[in-house]
Write a protein of this length. Structure first.
Length: 118
């Protein structure tokens, strides 16, 4: 069992930056691939970025390449988001998966809201 808690969301102007954090608990955290997903109102949840259990593999959606960076620490993962676009409000979710890439996670966090204003 893995529990995930996101933090770091908030309101930012377009072009600005935010750093999201996801705290993980559970004895087998290090064996999971981790990822970030996002969901805007009225839209389906979509993949953003992922990092393997060792940190050796990283994969990002084309829409965020060059702007977002996923990293992994001790029982945490991060998403550094730069050059944010004025896309309104989106909820970002942290996820853990036994598979790679982690398109169908086994565990989800509750989400943290990010609002980018124009």
């Amino acid at each position: 069992q893995v529990q995930l808690v996101e933090s770091g969301g908030g309101l930012v102007q377009a072009g600005g930056s935010l750093r999201l954090s996801c705290a993980a608990s559970g004895r087998t955290f290090s064996s999971y691939a981790m990822g970030w997903f996002r969901q805007a109102p009225g839209k389906e949840r979509e993949f953003v970025a992922a990092i393997s259990w060792s940190g050796a593999r990283i994969y990002s959606d084309d829409s965020v390449k060059g702007r977002f960076t996923i990293t992994r620490g001790s029982a945490r993962i991060y998403l550094q988001m730069n050059s944010l676009k004025p896309e309104g409000t989106t909820v970002y979710y942290c996820a853990a998966s036994h598979s790679w890439p982690p398109y169908e996670p086994d565990y989800w966090g509750q989400g943290t809201q990010v609002t980018v204003s124009s």
